[in-house]
Every structure is written in C-alpha cells, then in structure tokens.
Write a protein of this length. Structure first.
Length: 195
C-alpha cells in the first residue's frame, strides 16, 4: 500500500514484486518484474522505467511490458508512453507523412517526418537516400512509442546541404521480441526558391 502522500516509489533495478491493492487489502493487480523485460538493444536501462503496454492485458506477461520511450525515462502519474490505444481508437494501419513536401531549406528550414505504427516497436531508425540509392542522412535507432517525429533539415550526415531533387525516406521499426522489422518508405523533394 502506497499512501497518496508518498513522494516516490523505490524499486530495485534487478527486479521486484509490485502489488496494487485497495485499503481493505483486496489485491487488484500483481507483477513480479525482471530487467529482461526492457527493450532489446537498449544499451543502458538505468533511469528508464518499465511500462505496461496494455492496461487491460495480463500484468504478469513479459510481452505486456517494455522500456518507456518518454525522453524523461518514464511517465509517473501520466498515461504510459508505450500504451496501446483501445482498438476503437487505434489507427487502422501504419502511416508515414512528410510535411512540407516539397521543401526548401531557404523557405521552410526543414521537413517533418511523422510515422505511426499499429504496434509499439522497440527501436525506430530513419535513413534518407538520394535518387541513386546512396545514403545521405541517418537517425540511428532510438526507442519510440506508436508514433513519432523526426525533423530533417535537408543536410547530409556531414552537415552539407543536399542537392535539389527527390529523396527516399526509409523508416524501419524493429520489434525484437517478435523478430519483425516494419519498413515505411516515401519520397520527399528538396527544392530551391525560383527567384
């Protein structure tokens, strides 16, 4: 029982038993978590909370837990960053939007690459290729929730402006537990003002 006036809940990083119950000691939920439930590929788990993916799913199922994707490391007192929406609110498919498209560095500054997945991936990486298939820019794998946004300023990995023309944006979502990689591709055009 954690009184409402408590300021923090200290849990061990090597696993712990958490039991949620009413004041009358009726147990509502129990979980005996282990650090192996963190997202595979996460180099450092210290400071990153485990979050329950589905509030209606089995609390003791390892597949219903993963590392928080929130930049602060967790979301105490707020909805979990990795929480799946109920099926009536969830998007029907994955999607990739790029806005503005076309874009120019001079007028727009950058373009926003927004992605949504129908499941919570562990890691997302973004790569941008020129018309000849050469990689010009990449955002290395990072933890993410069901959706996210990357900003590309029209520059390559060396910080140089890319040439005008079409570019292919490849977003890959890796779900290690399931052994799957979901790829989303879309083109974006880098332009220059005509004046």
């Amino acid at each position: 029982y954690l009184p409402v006036e408590a300021r923090q809940l200290g849990l061990r990083n090597d696993g712990d038993l958490v039991r949620v119950h009413r004041r009358d000691s009726t147990v509502l939920s129990t979980v005996d978590y282990v650090p192996d439930w963190h997202a595979p590929g996460l180099a450092e788990t210290k400071g990153t909370a485990l979050e329950r993916i589905s509030p209606t799913g089995d609390a003791e199922a390892a597949e219903n837990w993963t590392s928080s994707t929130d930049s602060s490391g967790g979301t105490p007192g707020a909805p979990n960053a990795v929480s799946l929406l109920p099926s009536d609110e969830a998007p029907e498919t994955t999607s990739l939007r790029i806005e503005p498209d076309p874009f120019s560095i001079e007028q727009d500054g950058a373009t926003r690459i927004r992605y949504t997945f129908d499941d919570v991936p562990n890691l997302v990486r973004v790569r941008i290729y020129d018309a000849r298939g050469r990689e010009v820019w990449s955002e290395e794998a990072r933890l993410t929730g069901r959706s996210g946004e990357i900003v590309w300023d029209g520059r390559n990995d060396a910080g140089e402006r890319v040439r005008i023309g079409p570019y292919v944006v490849l977003v890959e979502a890796v779900r290690a537990e399931a052994g799957t990689v979901t790829q989303l591709k879309k083109t974006v055009v880098v332009a220059r003002p005509l004046n």
